[in-house]
Design a protein. Structure first.
Length: 180
């Protein structure tokens, strides 16, 4: 896992081969963040929520780019430990890992975020519910952005809050913003 840019640019973290997580490819991640620059200024005031964090690749990229508060939610104990480990190794004080089931976490969440990234398993049966859960619960601040990573099997083109869609090989990103 490699950091694309920012204060940790070029840093590598070896992901154990035993991990079930499928990290976002460097190509897709770099293109995603190029698009995100048109939506969000990542700075110390920016809050982000990384759901289904897996290896923590997106969390690390957000922190590297200066995001001031990043919560990473991951259920798997090995993945959670990996994320906690690299945050400790970096001495990163703006990353907050949470070991929890994403859906249970979202059901209790009271905070709002500037940016929410969700990278569930592509075969998750209720993947299509994620945008509505986040938007209906008003977990995004005004002008906030949700990006859902998914496979080709999901099509959100009819969703009323979809503002953009990008495809990089087998990786799809759908962008959502709260309705005005």
């Amino acid at each position: 896992m490699r950091v694309i840019t920012g204060k940790y640019k070029g840093r590598h973290f070896e992901v154990p081969r035993t991990f079930k997580a499928r990290p976002t490819t460097d190509f897709a991640k770099e293109n995603l963040f190029n698009v995100l620059m048109g939506y969000i200024d990542f700075d110390e005031d920016t809050t982000a929520l990384d759901l289904f964090s897996g290896t923590g690749s997106i969390t690390l990229e957000l922190l590297s780019r200066g995001c001031g508060h990043v919560v990473s939610v991951e259920k798997d104990p090995l993945h959670f430990s990996f994320i906690t480990g690299f945050l400790d190794k970096l001495g990163e004080r703006n990353g907050f890992p949470v070991r929890a089931d994403v859906f249970k976490y979202l059901a209790k969440l009271q905070e709002q975020y500037d940016f929410i990234f969700a990278d569930p398993p592509y075969t998750l049966p209720n993947i299509a519910e994620i945008p509505d859960i986040i938007l209906d619960r008003k977990l995004l601040r005004d002008g906030g952005l949700l990006v859902l990573e998914h496979g080709k099997a999901n099509d959100f083109s009819g969703h009323p809050c979809l503002v953009d869609h990008r495809e990089y090989g087998s990786v799809n990103f759908s962008f959502f913003q709260p309705a005005e």
